[in-house]
Design a protein around this ligand. Structure first.
Ligand code: FAD
Length: 504
């Protein structure tokens, strides 16, 4: 075929070498380059990366598996620990604590979702918090970890897990694989972008030293600036800061001599919240805050005052605006990572969104004839992902009873998106979680946050009344004991890592 008539994508340029850039490069090296597509990544050491992003969701395991990555090798290289969930402290009221687990409540089976039995049981007896009925929660609280079982009848099959990792080491790890798979890396700062006069598509990017790099498809992984998708193609940005007012973060790793717990901690503070992410070699910390209610110096002091070990670096200050690009794919440019939007890291969703964008891009891999239709479908699917995550994150703020500071007074009384207000009302009324068939945050995640933050339904499912009170309470208490024993039999996470995947 005449090469000028060939509609296939032959050349791809990825702009940016942060987590998004190298995840994209490693995926394309494995899944697209073997078909004859030349992939080039441009990154600038002078600009650097955002330098945070360490807590992940279980989906990352499927991404790594698809790339043929060995788990132990990956964990050693990224100094990773296992993650069974996120602990939320002080969100509904000061002193409250719950864990959002990567797993289900109760044992396998049951006519109605487990929380209905728990709701019924807790009306007649003191059966303890629903946390006590989740194996990953109890294991996490005790610092224990073992891989889940594939046997669907086993209690050990009721959970999944993710990782807490060093993001810069993950990017380095993926870079090695991407380069081995044929990706060309170019170091340099892009100072100019050329567009086609008719279609507006991007033709080339120009580096500070004058090199011009052309491609059929451009992937914008340039971070918050959105060098191609926004600065050149003017996608537009949907601002969600009226619902998610945090707009700054200060991050600072510290040393730790404590056991590495298998969960990330999110503690609500006066003007935002603090994260703590334990890795094998250090702990990642940050204060995500709203600049209308605390200034940078006070936020930094607050974080330093709460560190549980010696600081290892100077504070890293980051500004952002909650929201997403109006269109993540414009013409021949697809945004992946922070260039496509950002929702604060409360539920560790950004790396998931990177993964999803890469997966959908590969599913909808365009040729030059189909790009417009592909873009429309990609944007529709990414809209859904972003909006579902947005609503789930807002729930953490909206379901507060705190009155101790202006931030909490604002979020407690703000008008919610209709999509979320309806969901909360449904749960309050009869304990039903408005379900998605796919995507992030299914049934147990919503249960964890609703009940963890005192959104207690007025009614439970009528079928739960098939169990007599006395029998039900006895069965629940037995199950609680079984879960406690099962958790107690697991090794500590430190012992498991030392045996299987500690870095040298
Ligand atoms: P960046 O890391 O900013 O990379 C941008 C790249 O583009 C860099 O290589 C840069 O050099 C390059 N670049 C930019 N302009 C040019 C140019 N002109 N020429 C050449 N190169 C250029 N996510 C999670 O999933 N879990 C978390 O726990 C988590 N925690 C977070 C905590 C905070 C406080 C923040 C702010 C974010 C967090 N995130 C988290 C999000 C996560 O950090 C990002 O999703 C991830 O790092 C991806 O960033 P990126 O690659 O899109 O952008």
């Amino acid at each position: 075929m005449d090469p000028t008539q060939d509609p296939r994508i032959r050349t791809v340029v990825i702009v940016g070498g942060g987590t998004a850039g190298w995840m994209t490069a490693a995926a394309l090296a494995r899944l697209v380059a073997p078909g004859g597509v030349k992939v080039t990544l441009v990154e600038s050491a002078e600009i650097g990366t955002v330098g945070v992003g360490e807590s992940t969701l279980p989906h990352i395991r499927a991404f790594n598996e698809r790339l043929g990555i060995d788990e132990a090798e990956f964990m050693k290289a990224t100094r990773a620990t296992f993650k069974l969930g996120i602990q939320f402290n002080d969100w509904a009221r000061l002193g409250d604590s719950y864990i959002h687990p990567f797993g289900d409540y109760g044992a396998p089976g049951g006519e109605v979702p487990f929380h209905h039995y728990w709701l019924k049981g807790s009306r007649t007896a003191d059966i303890g918090p629903i946390d006590d009925y989740s194996l990953p929660v109890v294991a996490a609280r005790e610092g224990r970890y073992a891989p889940p079982s594939d046997d669907a009848r086993s209690l050990m099959s009721t959970y999944g897990y993710a990782y807490q990792l060093d993001a810069s080491l993950y990017a380095r790890f993926l870079r090695t694989r991407a380069e081995a798979g044929g990706v060309t890396r170019i170091e340099g700062r892009i100072v100019d972008v050329t567009q086609d006069g008719t279609s507006g598509d991007i033709r080339s990017v120009t580096l500070d030293r004058g090199d011009v790099i052309e491609a059929d498809l451009f992937i914008d992984c340039s971070g918050f600036r959105g060098l191609l998708v926004e600065q050149t193609l003017k996608s537009g940005y949907q601002d969600w800061s009226h619902w998610l007012p945090c707009d700054r973060a200060v991050a600072m790793p510290c040393a730790s001599d404590q056991p590495t717990v298998p969960y990330t901690r999110a503690t609500a503070l006066e003007a935002g919240w603090q994260f703590r992410i334990p890795l094998q070699h250090r702990v990642g910390n940050g204060y995500v805050y709203c600049s209308s209610f605390v200034d940078q110096d006070a936020a930094t002091d607050r974080l330093i005052g709460r560190l549980e070990g010696e600081p290892l670096k100077e504070p890293n200050h980051i500004r952002f605006q909650a929201g997403r690009r109006t269109r993540n794919w414009v013409g021949n440019c697809v945004s992946v990572g922070l260039s496509g939007g950002f929702i604060e890291p409360l539920e560790s969703t950004s790396i998931y969104l990177i993964q999803i964008a890469i997966t959908k891009l590969i599913e909808l891999w365009p040729d030059r004839r189909s790009a417009a239709t592909d873009a429309e479908e990609f944007n529709r699917q990414m809209d859904l992902e972003f909006e579902r995550i947005r609503d789930f994150i807002i729930l953490h703020y909206a379901a507060t009873e705190r009155t101790d500071s202006p931030l909490w007074n604002h979020v407690r009384t703000m008008t919610l998106p209709d999509s979320l207000a309806g969901k909360i009302e449904l749960f309050r009324e009869r304990g039903v979680v408005q379900e998605y068939r796919e995507g992030l945050f299914l049934h147990p995640s919503w249960i964890a946050v609703y009940l963890g933050q005192r959104v207690v339904p007025r009614r439970y499912h009528p079928l739960a009344d098939h169990r007599a009170d006395k029998d039900l309470v006895a069965a629940l208490l037995r199950l609680r004991g079984t879960i406690a024993q099962a958790a107690g039999r697991l090794p500590t996470q430190d012992a498991y890592i030392a045996r299987h995947c500690a870095y040298d």
